[in-house]
Design a protein around this ligand. Structure first.
Ligand SMILES: *[C@@H]1O[C@H](CO)[C@@H](O)[C@H](O)[C@H]1NC(C)=O
Ligand SMILES: *[C@@H]1O[C@H](CO)[C@@H](O)[C@H](O)[C@H]1NC(C)=O
Length: 113
């Protein structure tokens, strides 16, 4: 049969009913049915291709989101370390002042630093 390949992919419910060869109209309906079966098969293939493309795009989006999250995490880490550095520098300055006071309130040295 000419359209057998396309009909293979159809469920029994969608299989065209074989025509009564004697009836012209019946053959016509059968041909139309086969044409639609072929179309149905092509659309099914196109949907499968689109779904595959969609799956890949979604995977890429997830990857982009991971990169964005990593950048945000690094920026947060940088802020935290900068703040920590600021605190350490402040504490260091305070300790230096404290030390100078303890070593005899040497104002001249403190002002020049
Ligand atoms: C730490 O803080 C000091 C004072 O704000 C700054 O001069 C220094 O560049 C900072 N260090 C780093 C690694 O950011
Ligand atoms: C304290 O300051 C004086 C000058 O006022 C300087 O001669 C001396 O070396 C300083 N001492 C210290 C411990 O820095």
């Amino acid at each position: 049969m000419l359209h057998a390949l396309h009909l293979l992919f159809l469920s029994d419910l969608l299989q065209p009913v074989p025509p009564c060869v004697s009836l012209r109209e019946s053959v016509q309906v059968y041909k139309e049915h086969c044409r639609m079966a072929k179309e149905f098969h092509q659309v099914k293939n196109e949907i499968a291709v689109l779904e595959d493309r969609k799956r890949k795009l979604l995977a890429e989006m997830v990857e982009d989101e991971k990169v964005a999250l990593e950048i945000a995490r690094l920026e947060e880490e940088f802020r935290r370390l900068t703040e920590e550095n600021r605190t350490l520098v402040t504490v260091h300055k305070e300790r230096a002042k404290q030390l100078e006071r303890l070593c005899g309130n040497n104002r001249t040295r403190q002002d020049s630093s």
